[in-house]
Write a protein that binds this ligand. Structure first.
Ligand code: SF4
Length: 305
């Protein structure tokens, strides 16, 4: 079977079986082409809640499928690959935050959406990279603990000097691989290119960027810019997606190393096997966890607009 034929069969079967396919921006382009919706965590979370289908296949990592289940308990939610977790989501234990809250009852705990459902149950509000700044600004309390990504948290702290933001050590093992040396090398090779960077990157990289924002923000910036060349400082799939969507522009990877192994576990064959044979892990969650975790996501949707 050719790739195009496999994609056509997936599109036919997902309609027949009432399956909504949600695809994160870091998944490969052949899977993008069969999606009902493509986006970053924030867009996917909102889309999961409004999709009319009874079944949702999340092509991404586990916390994203959990977020779908939290928002849509009546739907059957499936994860594209059972081993696709996000290491950052598991960096902080729920007990650590429970203990922190006992000692710091006056702080609002803001959690990046890249956290487990269990951890979300003890957090006050979730954020994504595209909504974090707006949400932190909109929180009435000035005293905040931001978890788990200290790079994203540090970037927000710099943008919100009026807030007292505490950070915990944590971060994305993929974006952390981007270094200042990569920027220097790529800027020398492509002096006319603009550098677009995700805020999960180190400060030494973000400080040299022409634009810092979420994957959706980076893609929008590149599409709307009059510039013709861009160095992309986020997961390398974005380079391929942008090159397909903007064939007249040039896109370069900031580093070959910026590849998320977990996102790369999902292939078109996994999607095919799910829609054809139902071979995929279904997400189950007890109602107490779901309701408690929902509070932080509801607050995100309220404060993020
Ligand atoms: S890119 Fe980083 S934050 Fe995103 S899923 Fe991979 S490890 Fe997690």
């Amino acid at each position: 079977m050719k790739i195009r034929e496999m994609q056509d069969e997936i599109i036919r079967l997902k309609k027949e079986k009432d399956i909504c396919i949600l695809v994160h921006a870091y998944i490969s382009h052949d899977v993008w082409e069969v999606a009902d919706y493509v986006g970053d965590s924030y867009g996917l979370a909102k889309q999961a809640a409004s999709a009319p289908q009874k079944n949702v296949l999340m092509c991404g990592v586990r916390f994203m499928a959990e977020t779908c289940k939290i928002l849509s308990p009546e739907k059957r939610v499936f994860l594209s690959h059972p081993d696709a977790g996000c290491p950052m989501a598991e960096q902080i234990d729920k007990a650590v935050i429970e203990n922190y809250k006992k000692n710091n009852p006056d702080r609002t705990v803001v959690a990046y959406i890249n956290t487990t459902a269990d951890l979300k149950t003890v957090c006050d509000v979730c954020v994504t990279s595209s909504s974090a700044l707006k949400i932190v600004e909109n929180i009435e309390n000035d005293k905040i603990l931001f978890i788990p990504d200290s790079n994203l948290g540090g970037w927000i702290k710099e943008k919100c000097p009026n807030k007292d933001i505490e950070l915990m050590q944590g971060g994305c093992p993929t974006h952390i691989l981007l270094r200042k040396e990569h920027v220097e090398r790529m800027k020398e090779k492509h002096p006319d290119a603009l550098l677009l960077v995700h805020p999960e990157s180190r400060k030494e990289v973000a400080d040299l960027a022409d634009y810092v924002g979420s994957t959706t923000g980076i893609m929008k910036f590149a599409k709307e810019s009059d510039n013709k060349e861009f160095i992309i400082g986020t997961e390398n799939s974005i380079v391929q997606h942008l090159q397909v969507e903007c064939p007249d522009k040039r896109f370069y990877e900031l580093s070959k190393e910026c590849v998320c192994k977990n996102m790369k576990l999902t292939t078109l064959a996994d999607v095919y096997n799910m829609v054809k044979y139902g071979e995929s892990e279904e997400i189950f969650m007890d109602e107490e966890t779901r309701v408690k975790a929902l509070r932080s996501i509801d607050n995100m949707l309220k404060l993020g607009g």
